[in-house]
Write a protein that binds this ligand. Structure first.
Ligand code: CTP
Length: 222
């Protein structure tokens, strides 16, 4: 089976020396890539800037901005059976990028931000998509309710919800705890464990779901 996995943060430049980003470490996405490779799947890993060693045997595509990630995902999605969008893509980017370093002045400074493109949403609404689409939902409150809204709005097949409010789970941490929500309302939980262990479970769930979906459509995965 061919997996496309996105991981890590994006960086949205302000000027040649500054950017807007977030605390994503990329650990969850990289762990999913490792677990998928260990199960014998092919993996294209589209990664934002992270301090992690790339898994051997993955086809690694390194990107920086949300626009670069958007282009890379759309270039590769159709060759894959399952797309797992784990990256913490920026929601907003600066309206203008200064070509020279912005100088310090005494007064207050405001930066105009415009919405970045939503990669998951764009794949979910692509006509006649053949691949299974998995999104992640990072939530600090109303976990299942907010994640279900994202599943429907972005038209994905599965959404993996994780609580990022605590210090010891979610972003930057080595452990996580997730709730997996399916389009038909089914729900599964994986309790607190190392991201590698969670990743193994997730890969099994994604590949079983993908096999079933392709069987239903009478399509053979090659
Ligand atoms: N996502 C994306 N492109 C964006 C923003 C998010 O593809 N520009 C994807 C993420 O990779 C993830 C899912 O959308 O799979 C949900 O991301 P999340 O940050 O939880 O939610 P948002 O849609 O950004 O909504 P909010 O920040 O309001 O919770």
């Amino acid at each position: 089976m061919r997996f496309l996995i996105t991981a890590g943060p994006t960086r949205e430049p302000i000027d040649p020396v500054r950017y807007i980003s977030n605390r994503s470490s990329g650990k969850m996405g990289y762990a999913i890539a490792e677990a998928a490779l260990a199960e014998g799947h092919d993996v294209t890993l589209i990664s934002g800037p992270v301090n992690l060693e790339a898994p051997h045997d993955a086809n690694l595509i390194s990107v920086s901005t949300s626009d670069e990630m958007f282009e890379a995902v759309h270039r590769h999605a159709d060759q894959c059976n399952v797309c797992v969008l784990c990256a913490a893509v920026a929601d907003y980017k600066p309206a203008n990028v200064s070509s020279t370093k912005i100088k310090k002045r005494g007064a207050n400074f405001s930066l105009e931000l415009i919405p970045a493109r939503d990669i998951l949403d764009s794949l979910g609404h692509r006509q006649e998509r053949q691949f299974v689409l998995v999104g992640f939902a990072a939530e600090t409150d109303h976990l299942e309710e907010n994640a279900t809204k994202k599943l429907r709005a972005k038209n994905c097949d599965i959404i993996v919800a994780n609580d990022v409010s605590g210090k010891n789970s979610g972003m930057e941490s080595d452990v996580n705890e997730v709730t997996i929500l399916f389009r038909d309302g089914e729900k599964k939980k994986i309790s607190r464990a190392q991201k590698q262990i969670i990743a193994r479970e997730l890969v099994k769930i994604f590949s079983n779901f993908t096999t079933k979906m392709f069987d239903k459509k009478n399509v053979t995965i090659n």
